[in-house]
Design a protein around this ligand. Structure first.
Ligand code: PTT
Ligand code: SF4
Length: 608
């Protein structure tokens, strides 16, 4: 077989045992890799209803058939598990040398189960696994951990690690790599922490089986050139995702004061233009010629890598009006291993609850000292930090009443940085995303503000499903960065060409789309199996967007319409072949080759 290794390493931390397991070609062809492979493996591996922080949960680290190969922006991998934040499917995407080494290790995935009694890290070299003591690493931040591991094993390795937040099982602790690459928003770092797994060091130098290397070289060369020649290339290299700050403000979608408003008069204090002036370096993922990691010096003279989401959530959303200070909190989050989006959202929620007198301890909007202290205390679950470490959904439930209306999450995952009072399509993207409120599956908002912004049309729903299949299905499963397509317009047709050259099989974009639909539907089945009492209410965005109109900017007075949203959701379900509660119909499951889910789902819901 070309394209995949056809095997995974099953690593049991309870028994310190390792087993090589083969992965059937039908599974690889049907689910591709990365996210698709991860959800397929999790479906079989973990018992339904398992506690995500128990040894019975599994952590999957997966590459895809395109990752770690010489083609544009391929240096990505996926970390996936049942999420301790949402209790549903959770994953994240990380770009670092760990992707290259995993892809060259002789395995498509690592499946990590059980839990060690004492802190350990895994040292994996071309399939040989060593369980090493991590007692002297436990408690260290991610930057120091990585420095120590590099001293021990040399530079030619890939490292994934957790910080104190993962160790203390903060529900939105992430996995960190290379001082600023972070992945696994829904608590993948907490899952590592629950297994007492501090880090994974991986070294691989085996040649992945590629069907037609010469064809791959040619297509790749052409694609790299296209990227470099694109009109947006220079601007992208200068600002990366940071240009979105000014774009979001201009379009009234910048999250401001816990998503109360979509504009912020002080947006220039955190903008991409300002970042350009402070920029001291540029970083990026392997195999990428559009390196977008913007490094700035922070207020204490250290480096911090900035992206739009980090800056919006830790800037406008909590009214922190100083980019260097935002950079300092961002760097702290990277060192501690906390997701910046959920952190900024959780702090914003708390600030609003405090303003309304719903909680005892007062925290003012924009109070940098308090934000700094809360960030550290959250990682260690100390004082107020212990409350904030639980995330918005749990905080709101414990306060109750009006707090439930301004709790900005979907299915328990905090909303990422787009305010949707006036963008029903993006609200639906958050409502139906595969991991909770994250923009990665469908960033329909840019299309929406360019076209018919306020409509709840069928066209928009169809466009949304297309985006989910491409972004959430194809890119997450091929496991390459989607930004060459999204930001500099690399034609989507390159991807079936790459996949055909690598696997020796004939792939079209339609084939990939069908596969993506299968992956999306299996993720939905996973949620239904894991989430007792499933109903379509799970696919609604936060109440605030329906109930609390904007008060500032050109859209003051606007909010979403709940009955029109329900109509859109109905069209979404029909188009995917799901019933009125968002449960896939039997005929859909059969058509997509997901028959194996039927007897399991029938224990939880009535299938139509
Ligand atoms: C991603 C989410 C994002 S999306 C951002 S900024 W973005 C935040 N980054 C964080 C960070 O940094 N530190 C931290 N402690 N927490 C953070 N949380 C947030 O995590 C990232 C880039 C970006 S920057 C984006 S859009 C694209 N995302 C991709 C994706 O999801 N899939 C894919 N196939 N390609 C992508 N390319 C781009 O990658 P999650 P990274 Mg990421 C400091 O992790 O869980 O998926 O959430 O991976 O290597 O850091 O690259 O404006
Ligand atoms: Fe990484 Fe940015 Fe390149 Fe994507 S565009 S691979 S996120 S450096």
């Amino acid at each position: 077989m070309h394209g995949w290794w056809g095997k995974a390493l099953l690593i049991d931390l309870t028994k310190s045992k390792v087993k090589e397991v083969s992965i059937e070609p039908e599974i690889l062809h049907g689910f591709i890799g990365g996210r698709g492979l991860a959800v397929r493996l999790l479906w079989d591996l973990i018992p339904p209803g398992v506690d995500p922080l128990s040894p019975y949960n599994a952590l999957i680290v997966a590459s895809g058939p395109l990752s770690g190969l010489p083609l544009p922006s391929s240096g990505k991998l996926v970390v996936a598990s049942k999420s301790p934040l949402t209790n549903g499917y959770g994953d994240g995407n990380i770009g670092s040398m760990a992707s290259h080494h995993l892809r060259h290790s002789g395995y498509d995935a690592l499946i990590i189960t059980g839990a060690s009694k004492k802190p350990v890290y895994l040292y994996i070299e071309n399939g040989k696994v060593e369980f090493r003591s991590a007692e002297d690493l436990w408690g260290l931040d991610t930057f120091t951990t990585e420095e120590k591991l590099v001293r021990e094993h040399g530079r030619n390795i890939g490292i994934l690690e957790i910080g104190p937040a993962g160790e203390h099982m903060v529900r939105y602790a992430t996995v960190i790599s290379q001082k600023g690459r972070s992945g696994g928003r829904p608590g993948m770092g907490a899952v590592m922490g629950s297994k007492k797994l501090k880090a994974i060091v991986i070294k691989g130098n085996m040649e992945p089986p590629i069907a037609d290397k010469e064809a791959l070289r040619k297509i790749s060369e052409e694609a790299y050139k296209k990227i470099q020649g694109s009109d947006n290339y220079d601007y992208w290299i200068r600002q990366g995702t940071m240009s979105t700050i000014q774009w979001s403000h201009q379009n009234s979608v910048l999250p401001t004061m816990n998503f109360r408003e979509g504009v912020w008069e002080l947006y220039e204090t955190i903008s991409g233009d300002l970042m350009e002036k402070l920029k001291i370096d540029r970083r990026g993922c392997p195999y990428c010629n559009m390196q977008c990691g913007n490094v700035v010096g922070d207020d204490v003279g250290e480096e911090s890598e900035l992206d739009y989401e980090n800056v919006a959530m830790l800037g406008s959303n909590i009214l922190l009006e100083n980019l260097k200070r935002v950079a300092e909190i961002n760097k702290l989050a990277d060192k501690l291993g906390i997701d910046t989006i959920s952190l900024g959202n959780s702090i914003g929620f708390y600030m609003e609850a405090s303003e309304r007198g719903l909680v005892k301890e007062r925290v003012e909007w924009g109070d940098f000292k308090a934000v700094r202290e809360i960030t550290i205390d959250t990682a260690y679950r100390r004082g107020l930090g212990a409350f904030i470490a639980e995330g918005v959904m749990r905080m709101a439930r414990s306060i109750g009443g009006e707090a439930l209306d301004f709790a900005m999450h979907v299915k328990g995952l905090e909303v990422s940085a787009y305010n949707c009072h006036t963008t029903p399509g993006m609200a639906l993207a958050y409502g139906t995303s595969s991991i909770g409120a994250h923009h990665k599956d469908a960033w329909i908002i840019s299309y929406e503000v360019r076209t018919d912004r306020s409509s709840y049309s069928r066209d928009k729903v169809e466009r949304l499903i297309f985006l989910q299949n491409m972004r959430g299905g194809m890119f997450e499963s091929l496991t390459t960065c989607r930004l060459p397509w999204v930001e500099v317009g690399l034609d989507l047709e390159y991807y079936p060409r790459f996949l055909s050259a690598v696997t020796g099989l004939k792939w079209s974009l339609d084939d990939i789309s069908v596969t993506a639909n299968r992956i999306y539907t299996l993720i939905r089945a996973f949620w239904i199996r894991e989430y007792m009492g499933w109903s379509s209410s799970m696919d609604y965005p936060p109440t605030r967007w329906f109930k609390h109109p904007l008060t500032k900017g050109p859209y003051a007075g606007s909010h979403l319409d709940i009955s029109k949203y329900s109509e859109m959701l109905k069209i979404y379900y029909e188009t995917r072949g799901w019933d009125e509660n968002g449960v896939p119909k039997k005929e859909t499951l059969i058509k997509l080759g997901l028959d194996f889910t039927i007897p399991v789902l029938e224990d939880f819901v009535k299938l139509q």
